[in-house]
Ligand binder design. Structure first.
Ligand SMILES: O=C(O)CCC(=O)C(=O)O
Ligand SMILES: [Mn+2]
Length: 149
């Protein structure tokens, strides 16, 4: 796990939070690459630009339980994520609960959680090992762009 941008998502023994520096090195996170800002501009359709980009690596056994992204200040701003490498089985359900569905997120897919779907419950059921040749040692990278504050 790492971050780009003025704020990074950090999870450690003290809990989880957005903060401007790496918890071990104390260094600022690198700026969000222009290519990712271009993807945001093309898909988020919101005047604000992201101040946080979480970089998450999933190995073949990784999963993420159903959750809502609720640690941001303004839920009127979408969350945009870019999938790279192995395909993920992404599960989503309405914010208020109810039946869930899955969709496969392959390398290059962009997922936008916005408007009525901003607080959709979502998670990763599994990673389809070997489904992409992008990363030399396999796995998946997810880049999640958010306006945190
Ligand atoms: O990996 C994904 O596609 C989803 C990631 C996610 O939901 C999160 O980091 O909050
Ligand atoms: Mn999420």
């Amino acid at each position: 796990m790492s971050n780009f941008g003025p704020l990074g998502w950090v999870s450690d023994r003290e809990g989880y939070r957005y903060q401007p520096h790496h918890p071990q090195t104390g260094h600022a996170w690198p700026p969000i690459p222009d290519l990712l800002l271009d993807i945001w501009k093309a898909t988020a359709r919101h005047p604000r630009l992201p101040d946080a980009c979480l970089i998450n690596f999933y190995d073949a056994d990784a999963k993420m339980g159903l959750h809502q992204d609720k640690d941001e200040a303004d839920f009127s701003v979408p969350v945009v994520s870019v999938s790279l490498g192995d395909t993920a089985v992404f599960r989503y359900a309405p914010p208020e609960g109810g039946p869930s569905r899955t969709v496969k997120l392959s390398s290059g897919h962009v997922c936008v959680l916005g408007s009525k779907a901003r607080l959709a419950r979502h998670g990763i059921d599994r990673i389809l090992d070997g489904s992409s040749q992008l990363l030399p040692r396999g796995g998946r990278i997810n880049l999640t762009l958010r306006v945190a504050r």
